[in-house]
Design a protein around this ligand. Structure first.
Ligand code: MN3
Length: 199
């Protein structure tokens, strides 16, 4: 098995007060773990897929055998998306982008407004992402459920989880407050390194 469960390298209380430790614990150790387990189970019958990384599997989702394609989209996506989300909230980095990167994404305040607006207007459960598309342009996109931008040829650079399980314990129905608080958690070093090291 090539894919292993994501190791969260900060403690559950590291994102307080913006994300409370109970939410982080349940989100990571129950929700994310469950996606990972179901992803692994889906690959049980297909040893050749077990040798591929979750990224490569999601990039090529149309070639995943049909009997497990939905399970892989939902649970492989759930595993990858959550791993990505944890990694961009790594404590200790700058919570503002460098001037250079801010310019690339159209200016920080404008970017923040647009990203927040897309996050607030997402209907149901899903994610909002900053991605680089195949033309090398930045886009802010929504994905439903656990769909992943990798499956449509877009490279993730930043994401926010907009499932209620990501914020309901602390914020209940106040999604706007969660989105607002989340900006303080982004580690822009991680985001900018992803961009610099992109293939
Ligand atoms: Mn989640």
């Amino acid at each position: 098995m090539k894919n292993t469960f994501y190791e969260l390298n900060y403690s559950y209380d590291s994102l307080e007060p913006h994300i409370d430790s109970k939410t982080l614990e349940i989100h990571y150790s129950k929700h994310h773990q469950n996606y990972f387990n179901k992803f692994s189970e889906a690959l049980d019958k297909y040893p050749e897929l077990q040798e591929k990384s979750v990224e490569d599997i999601l990039k090529d989702i149309d070639n995943v055998p049909e009997d497990i394609r939905d399970a892989v989209r939902n649970n492989g996506g759930g595993h990858y998306n959550h791993s990505f989300y944890w990694s961009v909230m790594q404590p200790g980095g700058p919570n503002r982008p460098s001037d250079d990167f801010a310019n690339k994404i159209g200016g920080y305040e404008k970017f923040k407004d647009e990203f927040s607006h897309k996050s607030l207007s997402l209907f149901g459960s899903g994610w909002v992402w900053l991605v680089e598309n195949q033309l090398g342009e930045f886009e802010i996109v929504q994905t439903k459920n656990q769909d992943c931008p990798l499956s449509v040829g877009k490279m993730p650079l930043l994401t926010i989880d907009l499932w209620e399980h990501a914020y309901y314990l602390k914020y209940q129905n106040r999604r706007a407050e969660y989105i607002d608080a989340w900006w303080s958690l982004i580690n822009w070093d991680v985001v900018e390194k992803l961009y610099q090291n992109r293939p």
